[in-house]
Write a protein that binds this ligand. Structure first.
Ligand code: PGA
Length: 253
């Protein structure tokens, strides 16, 4: 059985005080669930990672980074390596979030290097995939997701796949208030799991967790989670409000 997984992506929000306060409120409200019936992670901005990791050290909530660079060290001004993130207590890292793809311009090839570097550096990558509205309207969802999954995981051995979580986040649902219906989410997750089955075999595909992301809120979390292939939720806006995020965690149990 795949354990539910709820991750909060704080994006470029909070400050030094608010990040720690938010982390503490989430930790105290999820003592009974986090780490037991549900895996919980928060992904604060780089600069607050260490403070948040410290604030969560006595809890079972993991900390994740929103991005990494693929080189281990050296002259890469402004970049952060997997080993640095591991050093300060990070467990997860997002790779290929749609804002990195479509705002910053990351390619599938770059994202693939980041996934590989995360695993080599001891982090657990969450590979984000998802189609644009125009791509969905042109019935290209499966094609886009196939490309992103295949290229994102290129050259990754079956042994290493167990470190990976996939997040299906239709771009048209991110930050828009337009959530995919539970059915649309299930269809995409089922498609991705079958694709992983073709790439890695059915057993590994059954074990990997596929999260849904895109305007997840307390009032739609349970319906999304009720779908067979929706194993968890990647939450943006609603993860910045402790009560909302806690309600989403509860809905995922
Ligand atoms: P949202 O963001 O929940 O604010 O739509 C989700 C994400 O970008 O991961």
């Amino acid at each position: 059985m795949r354990k539910p997984f709820v991750a909060g992506n704080w994006k470029m929000n909070t400050d030094s005080y608010a990040s720690v306060e938010l982390a503490e409120r989430i930790a105290s409200g999820s003592v009974e669930t986090a780490g037991q019936s549900v895996t919980v992670a928060v992904c604060p901005p780089f600069v607050y990672l260490q403070a948040v990791a410290r604030a969560l050290s006595a809890s079972s909530i993991a900390v994740g980074a929103q991005d990494i660079y693929f080189e281990p060290k050296g002259a890469f001004t402004g970049e952060i390596s997997a080993s640095m993130l591991k050093d300060i207590g990070c467990v997860y890292c997002l790779c290929g979030h749609s804002e990195r793809r479509h705002v910053i311009g990351e390619t599938d090839e770059l994202i693939n290097k980041k996934v590989a570097a995360a695993i080599s550096g001891g982090l657990l990558p969450i590979l984000c995939v998802g189609e644009l509205l125009a791509e969905r309207e042109a019935s290209q969802t499966n094609q886009v997701v196939t490309r992103q999954v295949k290229k994102g995981l290129a050259d990754l051995s079956a042994e290493k796949l167990s470190a990976v979580t996939i997040a299906y986040e239709p771009v048209w649902a991110i930050g828009t208030g337009l959530t995919a219906t539970p059915q649309q989410a299930q269809e995409a997750h089922d498609f991705i799991r079958k694709l992983l089955g073709q790439m890695y075999g059915g057993q590994l595909a059954e074990e990997i967790r596929i999260l849904y992301g895109g305007s997840v809120k307390p009032d739609n979390a349970a319906d999304l989670m009720s779908q067979q292939d929706v194993d968890g939720l990647l939450v943006g806006g609603a993860s910045l409000k402790a009560d909302d995020f806690l309600a989403i965690i509860q809905a995922a149990v």
